[in-house]
Design a protein around this ligand. Structure first.
Ligand code: AHR
Ligand code: AHR
Length: 459
């Protein structure tokens, strides 16, 4: 159970400019994935992670999850693929990318070999972003049904991370590490609340789960320092179907066993084993992860923004270059604005830069004429909304600008959906992906429509 190479997210990425793919391999054997090669391949376009490579030699690669009990948002019910750039980190100072998974995103392998089936023992760990989660079902990594459907209690055994309270829960308000054993997220011996399972707030979490005949355990730690704590180690749940288990051996990432795909989270690396690892082996894996020195790194590039300043954002698409991002009531649109426009219009097209409400490494944009209201996305459309103090508003209103994809200005990436950028489409604003199911996801003119010149605000 020793991580040979990290992050496990060595991957194939596909770029939007020509739909070609490339392998992103480690810089050296046992090293981290080559972020510079990815940055070069993906420069001036968008990139998605199409395959996450298994490094065990078994070929258990993870691919875009198919529809199951629930459909995903892509064509034919597939789940979304993750952006290649949503989760940058450094390991021992060297840049690497994890897998930032928005609601709707999922990977799986329904024909894995060598994974535990039936009541066989297994272990697993995953390094996750402990601050990126939600309460939907289910941000999981581990063993699940080969049909992507709910085939009954005990047909899964996967790490769950989030603050879902529909099944089990732990102390405080979450997020918690729990075990998804199908039709139940288990935090300890009770199928409901277990006060021994603490809320976690580490930026990097090492989440550990193992299960064998009538025993299972959950353990976790700060992946950047210290050692693992055991939150539960004991007998299987007494409810019917969990003892013995009926594991099926598929592998999922970011979704529930039935392709429930409303959850979000970030995966950096992980391993599944056959056999029940000893605590000592898990402790040595934790030491190895700590030695890799996970650290955060910049989420932004492009035109520098100063918190507290007022900016205006001008479209760059030919034929639209006199238009700026503005609001008409709650609608965010583009309007023709100039120095001779009315004060009211100038204010509608001016935005106060704030530290990102969900992540201070990014930004939020507050209306100059309606203080307390921010640009957020709802159903992928941008709207002006009063700050209601909710985690969802904070996340929907946080954006990470980067160097303009067209080469001009900045492209304003959604923090919570990093495949999506501020885009004008028929003069209204959405967060759009480069190709996809909505009209505003059209790949035609995408690079220009998502590139904005940032200037001092009109007002
Ligand atoms: O066990 C929790 C969830 O219940 C599983 O992930 C899913 O398959 C079912 O909806
Ligand atoms: O938003 C204006 C234009 O509408 C965009 O350039 C184009 O994508 C769409 O037709």
């Amino acid at each position: 159970m020793r991580p040979a190479t990290r992050p496990a997210s060595l991957r194939i990425v596909k770029r939007g400019s020509d739909d070609t793919t490339t392998d992103i391999s480690p810089l050296s054997a046992g090293g981290v994935a080559n972020a510079a090669a990815q940055d070069k391949f993906c420069s001036s376009t968008t990139c998605l992670i199409t395959i996450i490579y298994d490094q065990s030699g078994r070929g258990n690669h993870l691919k875009q999850a198919p529809p199951g009990g629930f459909k995903g948002p892509e064509a034919n019910g597939y789940d979304n693929l993750a952006s290649a750039i949503g989760a940058p980190v450094t390991l021992n100072g060297q840049k690497a990318y994890g897998v930032f998974m928005s609601p709707g995103t999922g990977y799986s392998n329904n024909a894995a070999s060598g994974t535990a089936t039936g009541d066989e023992a297994e272990g697993m760990y995953a390094v996750l972003d402990g601050t990126h989660y939600n309460g939907a079902c289910c941000f999981d990594y581990g063993n699940a049904e080969v049909s992507s459907t709910d085939t009954g209690n005990g047909h899964m055994e996967a790490i769950y991370y989030g603050d879902n309270t529909g099944w089990g829960s732990g102390a405080g308000s979450g997020p918690w590490l729990m075990a998804d054993l199908e039709n139940g997220l288990f935090s300890g011996s009770s199928s409901a609340n277990n006060a021994g399972d603490p809320s976690l707030s580490y930026r990097f979490v090492n989440a550990v789960l193992k299960g064998g005949p009538n025993k299972w355990a959950i353990r976790a730690s700060n992946a950047a320092s210290g050692s693992l704590s055991t939150y539960y180690s004991g007998a299987r749940p007494s409810a019917s179907g969990y003892n013995p288990m009926s594991k099926e051996g598929a592998i999922i990432l970011g979704i529930g066993g039935d392709n429930s795909n409303g959850a979000q989270g970030t995966f950096y690396e992980g391993v599944m084993t056959s056999g029940y690892p000893t605590d000592a082996i898990e402790n040595s894996v934790q030491a190895n992860i700590v030695a890799a020195k996970y650290a955060t790194t910049s989420l932004t590039s492009g035109t520098a923004l100063t918190v507290g300043s007022s900016i205006s954002l001008r479209a760059t698409t030919t034929g639209y270059t006199t238009r700026y991002i503005a609001h008409t009531g709650a609608t965010i649109n583009t309007q023709v604005v100039s120095s001779s426009s009315t004060t009211a219009l100038k204010q509608q097209a001016s935005w106060t830069v704030r530290a990102g409400l969900a992540n201070s490494a990014c930004f939020s944009f507050e209306s100059v004429d309606t203080p307390g209201s921010f640009i957020r996305h709802v159903d992928f459309s941008l709207v002006l909304a009063a700050n209601d103090g909710t985690k969802l508003l904070y996340e929907d209103a946080t954006f990470c600008p980067q160097t303009g994809i067209s080469g001009q200005g900045s492209s304003i990436r959604s923090w919570s959906y990093p495949t999506r950028y501020f885009r004008h489409y028929e003069n209204t604003l959405s967060i759009a992906s480069n190709g996809g199911v909505h009209d505003f996801d059209s790949a035609t003119s995408f690079n220009d429509d998502v590139s904005w010149v940032v200037s001092t605000g009109f007002a």
